[in-house]
Design a protein around this ligand. Structure first.
Ligand code: HEM
Length: 538
């Protein structure tokens, strides 16, 4: 079959069919009936009760009553923007058959949503938090989503811990405070009991967590993914976005003041830049690791709390993304867009990273809750530009009108349904990784080092960056009421760098007691670090 072509404007043209500028000659009901008066409801007499038969009032009020949908359970607050991606050359062809990465002439339309993670939809932009950086590529071969963050690692190693992490960091279950900050006991209780979070905590306490602008952040796919080439050969890959404006941050005092004076700071900055024609540009680069080198490093490629240091595997530039158009409608586009790390195209596949595996279930599941229907993929912003043919049908708000009688496969009737087998169409083939093992609810020992890369991060900072990080720790941990939690976190920081731990301890009123040989607290051990502290010191 002839390959579908896309260009920069393909998505825009598709969206055009759905746009409504509200500039019609008459105001009408949803049935297209002209409305003659909308300021008063229909009454029995001038001072009488409103009548049930007032279809205009009922329709208007019902729409209003149903305007809100559940906000995202995480990343509720975000800003969306349209643009395109274009590869520099075809040099990745050796590694991947994904055409949007290897055809230099093709500009693939994208929709990007930047977000904060913890706060609700109405929370302030400049809080200390991870930022989401999710990109939907409307490629000729279907939608590909790179659902990343502005930090290259994550808090936990296994998807099964995600609900705990989010419960711990979201506002308190009793009084819903604080709105969008990790400055409370539950988060630090959890974090200090989960030493695997230490590397990510260093990033979160650093200035990376208070970006100056969405236009000035890096982006990371975090997990190790797989490229697959035409011969079916796989290569491990990590994805990176770099802004041409660099990575710039606010300082904490600015961030706090802005949260009060202009809670829309990041949203406004992005919107205004694009309105002024100052289009943000991000370079995509990849780190490639041959399959044969899977076990070459002293960390596990499947462990999302680890980076691949660029000294070991340099980044390789792939192409550029330009963000050049604001959405027409926040709800229809930014709110209704639905990303999913499992939206893959031929040439890109997942790995067994247990965090990624957890995500593969979670996103569609939560979107079913958010949209109340499987048909959210038909909403304009989520529709692929590539043609969609299958035997799905029905469900709430089905928009496509399937023609013909055969909505099953195999069929010999064919009318309206594709007759080609998927094989003949060159469809997506999952990488044939050999998998065998005992069913076991456990974690690989190769995931056990929770501190070396945290130390690497600390050592990479300049003096002012270190000072900022220490003051951030003073601020956040200083809000923690329970001293044993503060101590336990200092014990973990001690294993990153004793001097760093001492600096933190000094600002939060806990002694610097950790005995030199103290072991990591261990994932499921309740309070052994603080026990050790007590024993060691007193
Ligand atoms: C959003 C789950 C880890 C990046 C979400 C949403 C859920 C979720 C339920 C809301 C989606 C929606 O309502 O449409 C999880 C789970 C994780 C995990 C279960 C771990 C097992 C991560 C990681 C990253 C990430 C490691 C970064 C690499 C994002 C982003 C969004 C998001 C950017 C917002 C997407 C948007 O703008 O709509 N996640 N997440 N998540 N997640 Fe994750």
């Amino acid at each position: 079959p002839k390959p579908t072509q896309v260009n920069e404007d393909s998505k825009n043209k598709q969206l055009e069919q759905y746009r409504e500028d509200g500039q019609g000659e008459y105001m009408t009901t949803d049935q297209g009936v002209r409305i003659n008066h909308t300021d008063d409801s229909l009454k029995a007499g001038q001072r009488g009760p409103t009548l049930m038969e007032d279809f205009h009032f009922r329709e208007k009020m019902t729409h209003f009553d149903h305007e809100s949908i559940p906000e995202r359970v995480v990343h509720a607050r975000g800003s969306g923007v349209h643009g395109y991606f274009q590869p520099y050359d075809d040099s990745l062809k050796k590694y991947t058959k994904a055409r949007f990465l290897t055809e230099p002439g093709t500009r693939t339309p994208v929709f990007v949503r930047f977000s904060t993670v913890v706060g609700s939809r109405g929370s302030a932009d400049t809080v200390r938090d991870v930022r989401g950086f999710a990109t939907k590529f409307y490629t000729a071969e279907g939608n590909y989503d790179l659902v990343g963050n502005n930090m290259p690692v994550f808090f936990i190693q296994d998807g099964n811990k995600f609900p705990d992490l989010v419960h711990a960091i979201k506002p308190m279950p009793d009084n819903e405070m604080p709105q969008a900050s990790a400055a409370h006991d539950t988060f630090w209780d959890f974090a200090s009991l989960m030493p695997e979070s230490t590397h990510m905590l260093m990033w979160v306490l650093s200035d990376r967590a208070i970006p100056r602008s969405f236009r000035m952040m890096e982006g990371f796919g975090v997990h190790t993914f797989r490229f697959i080439n035409d011969e079916g050969k796989a290569t491990f890959v990590k994805f990176h976005w770099r802004s041409t404006l660099g990575a710039n941050s606010l300082v904490w005092d600015e961030a706090q003041k802005l949260a009060g004076k202009d809670p829309d700071w990041l949203r406004r900055d992005l919107w205004d830049a694009i309105e002024m024609g100052d289009y943000p540009e991000f370079e995509l680069s990849v780190q490639l690791v041959p399959e044969e080198d899977e076990f070459k490093y002293d960390f596990d490629l499947l462990d999302a709390t680890k980076i691949i240091p660029e000294e070991l595997v340099p980044r390789r530039p792939v192409g550029k993304m330009v963000l050049n158009r604001n959405p027409d409608n926040f709800f229809s586009e930014t709110e209704q867009v639905a990303f999913h790390p499992g939206n893959l195209v031929p040439g890109i596949d997942v790995t067994n990273d247990p965090l990624l595996q957890g995500r593969l279930f979670s996103y569609i599941d939560t979107q079913l809750n958010r949209f109340n229907s499987t048909n959210f993929t038909e909403v304009p912003i989520n529709r692929p530009v590539a043609p969609v043919h299958n035997h799905h049908g029905a469900g709430f708000m089905r928009m496509t009108i399937g023609k013909g009688k055969a909505n099953y496969w195999p069929n010999s009737i064919g009318n309206g349904c594709p007759m080609m087998t998927p094989e003949a169409m060159g469809g997506y083939v999952h990488y044939m990784e050999k998998v065998e093992g005992h069913k076991i609810r456990a974690r690989s020992e190769s995931f056990n080092d929770h501190y070396s890369q945290a130390t690497l991060f600390w050592n990479s900072l300049t003096e002012p960056e270190k000072e900022h990080l220490v003051s951030a720790a003073h601020f956040e941990l200083g809000k923690v009421e329970r001293k044993e939690i503060r101590r336990r976190q200092v014990a973990n920081f001690y294993k990153v760098d004793p001097q760093f731990a001492a600096l933190v301890a000094a600002g939060i009123g806990v002694e610097m007691p950790v005995d030199q040989d103290s072991e990591p607290t261990g994932n499921f051990v309740k309070d052994d670090a603080s026990e050790k502290i007590k024993k060691g010191k007193s």
